[in-house]
Design a protein around this ligand. Structure first.
Ligand code: GAR
Length: 189
């Protein structure tokens, strides 16, 4: 049995999609949803699917408490699915090539500090980009700079609002993120 641990900060549409994708898979289990945000809708979504949750604050993330909780679960893959805090180096070093992130744009453009969620889509609209997309990448100690695993693009010439761009990006995320996770866990399938 391969174990996935999810980290998320917000609405959790990706988390819900990943949980549903692996629901009837006997070889892969989502063993937890960890969040920095006690108000996050993602916590309710996890609970509906009977996935255990953990809420932590910044000190707990940076000073070993969260690492200890991860070690208890022994995940094969840690997936940042809309997680808006930086992963501390200590955790990254304990789980080399075992942490992946999804970014709602075509890195290296529109990455780095402050570039998350709707901020990204607003900037892309202001810059009159014709296309955007998603980047799924390994997490290293530099924000948004780990090795790319997959990029997908989408045309956004018809989009008038950041919300319309977000909807197109979410569609790509929901289609490709679970498949990439499955591929990493079972490289031969
Ligand atoms: C997703 O679009 C994800 O790519 C983005 O947050 C959104 C979360 O949506 N992540 C980042 O911006 C990370 N820098 P969700 O809560 O509905 O899954």
């Amino acid at each position: 049995m391969k174990k996935i641990l999810l980290f998320a900060s917000g609405a959790g549409s990706n988390v819900e999609n990943i949980i549903q994708y692996f629901k009837n898979n006997n070889e892969v289990a989502v063993v937890g949803v960890f969040s920095n945000n006690p108000e996050a809708k993602v916590l309710e979504k996890a609970q509906v699917h009977h996935v255990p949750t953990l809420v932590f604050n910044r000190a707990e993330l940076n000073e070993g408490f969260v690492l200890a909780k991860i070690n208890e679960l022994q995940p094969d893959l840690i997936v940042l699915a809309g997680f808006l805090w930086k992963m501390p180096e200590e955790i990254v070093h304990h789980y080399p090539n075992k942490i992946i992130n999804i970014h709602p744009a075509l890195l290296p453009k529109y990455g780095g500090k402050g570039m998350y969620g709707m901020n990204v889509h607003k900037t892309i609209l202001e810059n009159k980009e014709h296309e955007t997309g998603i980047t799924i990448h390994y997490v290293n100690e530099h924000y948004d700079e780990g090795e790319f695993i997959l990029q997908q693009t989408v045309n956004i010439e018809s989009c008038q609002t950041p919300e319309e761009i977000a909807a197109k990006v979410h569609e790509l995320e929901h289609e490709f993120f679970p498949k990439v996770i499955e591929q990493i866990l079972n490289p031969k399938s």
